[in-house]
Design a binder for this molecule. Structure first.
Ligand code: PPS
Length: 307
């Protein structure tokens, strides 16, 4: 079974104690892990199928959460089926075409349709076949401050990322778009504009947190699915932060500890809106807001920084 094989490889990887942090390079000015840049032609030529569903997010905006919701919807609320493999293997991460057992392109190629795929790419770097095939896309956006805080802690615990530096340094890198997958501001605005011309459902982390039932209904409608109230309640429960935190198929604890160290910061960290208040100083917040206003001027896109 593919999943068991993957686990064996993961255990083997655990034996490698000295994993070093990934190098960064750029594609069209967007910082990406060097190993992704090195295989850019392959990613750009990804062959989407018309019935693919793409989940697109800026990193740490609620990707895993929407992945679990979508998987539960697609499996009519069958939790056992959703535990068939880790999030990572259930939904190939299209730009993660690294050699080895977790190579997303190999997983994607052999996966029967309809596939659900994941990306963090900004709009302009999405492989053209997704537009040619008119694939449905679900985009989730999260307010900049909480997104940044979550990203900072993720950088700390994940060797796939470069060194985050201090909180203050990371804050500045985030503002200038010098973090992996590039500028949060360009990402959320680019996808916001694209929804006018493509089949994109644009959701917000804060809305999901406020009223999961309402937001899951939007996903159901977008996917043209209808589920009994009982199943919907089951989905809400199974995809709550508390349950997902303890679900090894969703909480990334199956990743080799040499790559992701949950003792530094767990992948399922807090799952709240407004945690930024525990990180920003008053001065940092004033400067951030000033810069934010400039970068977000002229868009109709707005975010809630607290509920
Ligand atoms: S990744 O690595 O980009 O795929 O990460 P991503 O899944 O986008 O983001 C991780 C953050 O989402 C939080 N999370 C949730 N919040 C609320 N409810 C549920 N069910 C849920 N699942 C994941 C997770 O805790 C990370 O946010 P922080 O703020 O760091 O806790």
């Amino acid at each position: 079974m593919q999943y068991t094989m993957a686990l064996d490889k993961m255990k083997a990887l655990n034996l490698e104690s000295s994993v070093t942090r990934s190098e960064t390079d750029e594609v069209d000015g967007v910082p990406l892990p060097k190993k992704v840049c090195d295989r850019w032609d392959q990613i750009w030529n990804f062959r989407a199928r018309p019935d693919d569903l793409l989940i697109a997010t800026y990193a740490k905006a609620g990707t895993t959460w929407i992945q679990e919701i979508v998987d539960m919807i697609q499996h009519d609320g069958d939790t056992e089926k959703c535990k068939r493999a880790t999030t990572y293997l259930r939904h190939p991460f299209i730009e993660w075409v690294l050699p080895g057992p977790f190579s997303s392109d190999k997983n994607a190629e052999v996966m029967p349709s309809p596939r659900t795929l994941k990306t963090h790419l900004p709009l302009q770097l999405v492989p053209p076949s997704f537009w040619e095939q008119k694939c449905k896309i679900i985009y989730v956006a999260r307010n900049a401050k909480d997104n940044l805080v979550s990203y900072y802690h993720f950088y700390r615990m994940n060797k796939n990322m470069s060194e985050p530096g201090t909180w203050e340094e990371f804050l500045e890198k985030f503002k200038s778009g010098q973090v992996l997958w590039g500028s949060w501001y360009d990402h959320v605005k680019g996808w916001w504009e694209a929804k006018e011309n493509h089949r994109i459902l644009y959701l917000f982390y804060e809305d999901l947190k406020e009223d999961p039932q309402r937001e899951i209904q939007k996903v159901l409608q977008f996917l043209e699915k209808d589920l009994e109230k009982e199943v919907l309640d089951k989905i809400i429960h199974h995809t709550s932060f508390e349950i997902m935190k303890d679900n090894p198929m969703a909480n990334y604890t199956f990743e080799p500890p040499a790559l992701m160290d949950h003792s530094i910061s767990p992948f399922m960290r807090k799952g709240t809106v407004g945690d930024w208040k525990n990180h920003f100083t008053v001065a940092q917040n004033v400067k951030f807001d000033e810069d934010y206003r400039k970068k977000m001027a002229g868009t109709s896109l707005t975010f809630r920084m607290e509920l």
